[in-house]
Design a protein around this ligand. Sequence first.
Ligand code: TYD
Ligand code: MG
Length: 454
Amino acid sequence: MPAPRSVHVCSACGHETPRWAGQCPGCGEWNTLVEELRGRPAGAGRAAGQRTGGAVTPIALGEVAAEDHRRLSTGIGELDNVLGGGLVPGSLVLIGGSPGVGKSTLTTMALSNLTAAGRRTLYVSAEESPAQIRLRAQRLPGGGALAIPVIAETDLQSVLATLEQERPEVCVIDSVQTLNCAQLSSAAGSVAQVREVAGEVMRVAKANRIAVLLVGHVTKDGALAGPRVLEHLVDCVLQFEGERERTYRTVRAIKNRFGSTNQAGVFEMRDDGLVEVLDASALFVAQATRAPGSVVLCAMEGTRPLLVEVQALVSPSELEPPRRVVTGIDRNRLALVLAVLGRHAGVGLGAADVFVNVVGGVRVDEPGVDLAVALAVASAARGVALESGPELPLACFGEVGLTGELRSVAHAERRLQEAAKFGLREVLEPGRCGTLRDAVRLALRGERRALASA
Ligand code: TYD
Ligand code: MG
């Protein structure tokens, strides 16, 4: 059998060349050639390749033997939740996140719990030496992490051979970008390598029913051959968000073949590992500053309501165009909200720098954040604190429409309940104010009071 050889295939026209080139000789497109392996041993490729030509008899779905989806608990409630109730044997889970967010910590903790529960585990590190992994493990509570079997290996074939020999029930591969397939000439981390690594790991994992947690780095701009190319391949994609310098991290599922993608878990990075934050709302409400520019948002983290503080700062700009800086929300949302504030609510900020931040490193990716951004900015611009009562921050949620109307968002009832639970009686929301102008006027009542007493 010939050894697999690598070819470069154009992703636009399918033209093959033995050597990489910037421009495809077939169709003339630029940067479309991606390396692939040819002439693999039979059975190594897709299962469909084994049955060539013959017709296949379809069967009714009801007659398909149901797979036993017995789940393996990672011992981390928030993570199990996001996974849809634990790890499914033989599944491939991709955990993406920027460097330093805590991917290695989270996966080590999960393996530690699984090992303690008597599961066969394996931690494959292609990034750190065993001594470095040990250093991390020592910080984690309980000391259970020291029992995890580890290998430090970057060669894909060695890792696959180890998996087949050890047959762990759960395995962590840290990371998909640093494993290297020797038959491909492209550098580790390139699209060709990442795809090959993930494909081969999946083949071995499915054959041996190994649940694999595949760690992947995503850069801020997503420019690196990121885990994006793997999303369709794996069963579950978890996104680990938060910033290295901040305490709070969220894990959410953006794809899950075995559960919903509505779940999210909140963690706090401490000296001794990640700790689940079970009552994040209480924490954020207690910490809310109630100063001008601050408002509490009734957000949804998946199906769970979460109260977070949104802060804004408005200051005269010396730049043209002025600065728009956001953390924790989409930049475009700020642009839209500022435009509507200026056009429909009488708060023009054309000559001011605007900064918006969701406190604690939480990222809010839902339209309900609009009103909070608008009110925080209006409050900052006018220098008026927003309160819903003595010592109580004002809460809000709602989407802002282009014509200045407030649009309702999902789970209004749950958001209101969460606010009520923390004594925030007054919540500005689309059910109460029809337009952004009304909401701003209601929120800034204090302004008139302050003027009256002056
Ligand atoms: P790490 O899990 O290595 O991140 P990733 O694998 O995503 O790159 O850890 C991220 C940061 O967390 C690292 O800078 C050190 C810090 N950290 C703690 O604060 N407490 C801890 O217990 C551990 C293990 C790490
Ligand atoms: Mg790491």
